[in-house]
Write a protein of this length. Structure first.
Length: 301
């Protein structure tokens, strides 16, 4: 099936019935409860991976919701420490109030950064739509002044990212480099598959050359291989970079990296608010979206 058709189907995933989305997106999510996430992290540790836990949810509209998410993260940190599990946390600013009350969001993140630091854990501040990029980087910069265990995410898709990393580098802020999942207009974002790849490698080269700790977050085997070339070329020692992948994606590539002795961190989402995250994963996976769409057609079930 032509790629454009795949893409059209992928875009239409938001019209799919929730139970169906849940059924096919289960592989991307640990479960609804903290216990599910802890069990997943334990399983990943058994195969040589570390993790970062994400509590599902975004764009909250009330202080109560944001505070509940903050408290759930604190509980997760306490349990990770008590159980001796190798995982940090990843948090979306809009789940902690960025969209409605930026000062409250900062206070929530400060609490989480302190709670994570007390347990020797890392807090990665996820990057959302471009409307939040500047505000999110501001948050990370402010947090990093008091908490070295806080890092940023940069999206290779965005035209502004080159300038953003120049802003983060002098402070030694760790960067997770990803392609970027949110659809953005051509004025601010690269659209072509190859040009996003090229920008990814340009940014990665710059980050590694400057001695930044980079989380190479991709399942694109071409980028992974090129990243390994850059790591060697810059003589980056073990412990100054890691690969990062999403739960349920790219397991053979993940296993190859672990077997070769590289650190691989897996992003483990859990919680009740699974719909938005699941749709984004399905949109990245046109083959699966197509199978669902065909399965929905009369006579094809
Ligand atoms: P690409 O999409 O080209 O995928 C490469 C290959 O991986 C595909 O050919 C396919 O085989 C496989 N694959 C990818 N996605 C799949 C899926 N859902 N199901 C099945 N197979 C799949 N984005 C963002 O905007 N803000 C953020 O904070 C983060 N955080 C983040 C953390 C981590 C640990 C990762 C790995 C990724 C993110 N992302 C993100 C998402 C990222 O921007 C990007 O959308 C995805 O990683 C997919 O891009 P790839 O680089 O994997 O390439």
């Amino acid at each position: 099936m032509p790629r454009v058709l795949d893409q059209a189907i992928a875009r239409s995933t938001r019209f799919l019935p929730r139970p169906l989305v849940h059924r096919v997106a289960k592989r991307y999510i640990a479960g609804e409860r903290l216990e599910d996430a802890l069990a997943t992290v334990r399983g990943l540790a058994a195969v040589g991976c570390v993790a970062t836990i994400d509590i599902l949810g975004e764009h909250v509209t009330s202080r109560e919701q944001a505070a509940a998410t903050r408290d759930a993260y604190k509980e997760a940190l306490a349990r990770l420490a008590a159980d001796g599990l190798p995982s940090g946390i990843s948090a979306k600013p809009t789940a902690l109030g960025l969209g409605t009350d930026p000062a409250f969001c900062l206070a929530n993140l400060q609490e989480l950064a302190a709670a994570a630091a007390a347990r020797g854990r890392f807090l990665r501040v996820d990057m959302e739509e471009s409307t939040y990029t500047s505000a999110t980087l501001d948050l990370v910069e402010q947090l990093h002044r008091d908490h070295a265990n806080v890092g940023a995410v940069v999206q290779a898709r965005l035209r502004r990212s080159e300038a953003d990393i120049e802003r983060l580098l002098p402070d030694g802020i760790s960067v997770r480099l990803c392609k970027g999942i949110y659809e953005e207009p051509p004025e601010i974002a690269l659209q072509g598959f190859q040009e996003i790849r090229e920008n990814y490698l340009r940014l990665l080269d710059r980050l590694l050359a400057a001695g930044c700790f980079v989380g190479v977050a991709t399942h694109d085997s071409f980028l992974v291989d090129q990243a390994l070339v850059l790591v060697r070329r810059h003589g980056i020692p073990e412990g100054r970079y890691e690969f990062q992948m999403l739960m349920g994606v790219g397991e053979p590539l993940r296993a190859r990296l672990v077997a070769a002795g590289h650190r691989v961190r897996v992003y483990v989402p859990y919680g009740r608010d699974w719909f938005g995250y699941s749709l984004r994963r399905l949109q990245e996976n046109p083959r699966m979206a197509r199978q669902i769409a065909l399965g929905l057609l009369p006579g094809k079930r």
